[in-house]
Ligand binder design. Structure first.
Ligand code: NAI
Length: 245
């Protein structure tokens, strides 16, 4: 059977763990050639070895390094047809106690990181016949939650950034965001390892469960193929019915 991403060359950030890693596995099964980027060098090498992909250790907030590494990734794959921005960090702290350095870091990684990556990938994406950009934002881009002023600001920013890319980069490049609810990854281990926290987190979710990484990877696949060929500049909640708006 021919995969949905056969001969597509895709760069995935945050690929050493969680959603980025699951997206890498699904995209590989669908036939994509992958360049995987993460600041966790050992982790990204492990998944790249598993999938016969190219591994790149890099902090998405380090603009000069991203410029060099994304160029190297594009050279290694002889072009890029798509980017998935999954690298991200979370600090849940009430605003009174939020450290300004933590604010700066969340904006640098979650918002400026995708800017750096897309900017560096653009010359390659422009060469592709039909290119795609997928950003993992969050339900925090859509609604306020306690203690998430910095995280939510970064995610609302990156969702609007991606929407604007949809407008600026058409017609040959499409850009969409995914807004996951709570997904069981390392980032949320503190929550799902605690039954009380899990019960509270699922209470408001219509589908009465937390999300899994494959709930998100399938949405990323949709946005990276012609199945979504007439869709750009959108934010898709993948949250079991939590953000309702
Ligand atoms: P995770 O912690 O399992 O994976 C995040 C990956 O990003 C890690 O491999 C980490 O090393 C990498 N990373 C972090 N900062 C980086 C940087 N500066 N440069 C390069 N790589 C970096 O987390 P998860 O849950 O898979 O998160 C993926 C994305 O989904 C993030 O953007 C996160 O904000 C977002 N998200 C997560 C939700 C959840 O419930 N887990 C819900 C909504 C959004």
């Amino acid at each position: 059977m021919i995969g949905k991403l056969e001969s597509r060359r895709i760069l995935i950030t945050g690929a050493a763990s969680g959603m980025g890693r699951e997206i890498a596995r699904l995209f590989s099964r669908e036939g994509a050639d992958l360049a995987l980027l993460d600041r966790d060098e050992a982790g990204v090498k492990a998944i790249a070895d598993e999938l016969s992909a190219k591994a790149f250790g890099c902090d998405v907030a380090d603009r000069p390094a991203v410029g060099r590494i994304v160029a190297a990734a594009g050279e290694a794959l002889a072009g890029l047809d798509g980017v998935v921005n999954a690298a991200g960090i979370l600090d849940i702290t009430p605003f009174d106690d939020l450290d300004p350095d933590s604010w700066d870091r969340m904006i640098a990684v979650n918002l400026t990181g995708p800017f750096n990556v897309v900017k560096a990938a653009l010359p390659f994406l422009r060469q592709a016949e039909r290119a795609t950009i997928v950003t993992i934002a969050s339900v925090s881009a859509l609604m306020p939650m306690p203690g998430t002023s910095g995280y939510s600001a970064s995610k609302a920013g990156v969702a609007m950034f991606t929407k604007c890319l949809g407008m600026d980069l058409g017609p040959n490049i499409r850009a969409n965001s995914i807004c996951p609810g709570v997904i069981r990854t390392e980032m949320t281990r503190f929550l799902w390892e605690n039954p009380e926290h899990t019960a509270r987190a699922t209470e408001r979710v219509s589908l009465k469960r937390l999300g899994e990484t494959d709930d998100v990877s399938r949405a990323a696949l949709f946005f990276s193929t012609e199945d979504s060929g007439f869709t750009t500049g959108t934010e898709l909640p993948v949250d079991g019915g939590f953000s309702w708006r």
